[in-house]
Design a protein around this ligand. Sequence first.
Ligand code: NAD
Length: 314
Amino acid sequence: MPFQTTLTEALGIAIPVVQGGMQWVGYAELASAVSNAGGLGIITALTQPSPADLRKEIQRCKMMTSKPFAVNITLLPAIVPPDYDAYAQVVIDEGVRIVETAGNSPGPIIKKLKDANIIILHKCTTIRHALSAQKLRVDFLSIDGFECAGHIGEHDITNFVLLRRAAQSLTTPFIASGGFGDGEGLAGALALGACGINMGTRFMCTAEAPIHENVKQAIVAATEGDTELLLRRWRNTSRLFKNKVAIEAKKVEKESVTGKFEEIAPYVSGKRGRNVFITGDIDEGVFSFFSPLLSNSAVLGSYSHNGCSYRVNG
Ligand code: NAD
C-alpha cells in the first residue's frame, strides 16, 4: 500500500485524503465519489434541514458506495441553532463509523459518539484546543491552519508553525488541514508529521461536487488574494470568497456602531450562500473558500515519500 499511514490503517481507506466537511457542498454525491476514489468522503450534517433528512442522506450515500465515509458535525454559532444531539443520534443509529467534529464545546457530542465506538476526527486551530480534544480521547486531530477556508479560529497560526508544534506536542495522530489542494501539499503535510490531509475547496471544483458550474469556474479563476476574513468582531472569523457581498459585509463589520451580529447577519446568512451554489450567481451570498491555485492538469501532483514516487489524480 503506497499510502499506508496511521490514518489509512485506522479508517480502512487507500489514500490519506479526507474531504473536509463543507456546508451546502457535502452531499452524498461528493462524499461517495471521494470514498470510491480511495479517500474519506464526508457528508455535512447541517447541510440537511433536519435529523430525518440526514438519515435519508446517509442512506443515499450507502447506496452509492460500499467504502467508509464520515459525517461532519460542526458546533458553531448558527442563526437557527440545530439540535446537535438528534443529528448525532441519527449518525449512531445509521451505523456510520467515522465522524468529523469541529467547533466550540464539543465534549458532550464527542462523548456520545465515542460511547458508540465511533472514530472521531476533531478539527482544532490551536495546540491548546488540540490538547483539550486529546483529553476527550478523540482518535485523530485535524490541525487547521490560518490558511483554511471557513472558520479559521481567532489565533491566525499558519500550518508551517502549527503542524510542527502539533508533531512536538501531541500524542494523538493528526492530519493537516487548510491550504491543501494537490499532491505536493500532501507530501509536505506528511513530511511535517501529519498522517494525511483534509482538503475541502479543491473538491468543490470536481465534476461530482453538486454545486453550480459558475462557482467551480470562479474558484479555478481565483487567486490567493481573493479571500476575505469576516466575523472577527464576533470571534467567529471566517475565510470567504471575496465577492460583492463579502466586501459589503466587511464594511458593515468595520463601521457598525452597535456591534450587534444582527447587523451583519443578512449578509453572511447561510441561506444566501446556498443560493450561490444553486443559481450560480456568485454575488448572491457568501461562501467559504481558499484558493487551491489549480492548474489545468488532471494530476493533483506527483511526489516522493519514503523513497517512492507517487502521482495523485484529481
Ligand atoms: P447561518 O446562516 O446560521 O450563519 C451564517 C454565518 O454566521 C455562519 O458562519 C455562522 O457561524 C455565523 N453566525 C451565526 N450566528 C452567529 C452569532 N450569533 N455570532 C457570530 N457568528 C454567527 O449558517 P449556515 O450556513 O446555515 O450554517 C449552519 C452552521 O454550520 C453554522 O454554525 C456554520 O458556521 C456551520 N458551518 C459548517 C461548516 C462545515 O463544514 N460543517 C462549514 C461552514 C459553516
